[in-house]
Design a protein around this ligand. Structure first.
Ligand SMILES: [Zn+2]
Length: 123
């Protein structure tokens, strides 16, 4: 991902509206590009503080914005990993389901054949 493209992902990242593919590409870029990381840090901090000001209960405001963003990025990366594992499990479940269906079809076919064969033999 180029910096120009990454710039367009700042707001969607903060809003949490990026798809997994864009999120992964953006996080990877921000991890390796200090300019874009700084850019995200600024917008993220502003949004975080504005959100905090808008809250009724003003509990634990963290002023360590670097840490808050790092935690947010880690949470997003965990989400990506979790969803990737979930997708893999879902794919495996589909494959297992298909194998069971194929085995069932073969079983039925062989069963019928065996029955026909047994009838042919006079049983
Ligand atoms: Zn960049």
């Amino acid at each position: 991902m180029e910096c120009k493209e990454a710039e367009q992902y700042v707001q969607p990242y903060i809003d949490g509206t990026l798809g997994d593919r864009e999120l992964a590409a953006y996080l990877q870029h921000v991890r390796s590009c200090s300019a874009c990381r700084k850019n995200l840090q600024i917008y993220f901090s502003i949004c975080y503080l504005l959100q905090y000001v808008g809250q009724d209960e003003q509990g634990d405001l963290s002023y360590d914005m670097r840490k808050v963003l790092e935690e947010d990025m880690r949470r997003n990366e965990r989400g990506l990993r979790f969803r990737a594992v979930f997708r893999t499990i879902r794919h495996l479940a589909v494959i297992v389901g298909e194998v069971i269906m194929i085995v069932a079809l073969i079983w039925t076919f062989l069963g019928d054949t065996a029955e026909t064969f047994l009838k042919y033999l006079g049983f």
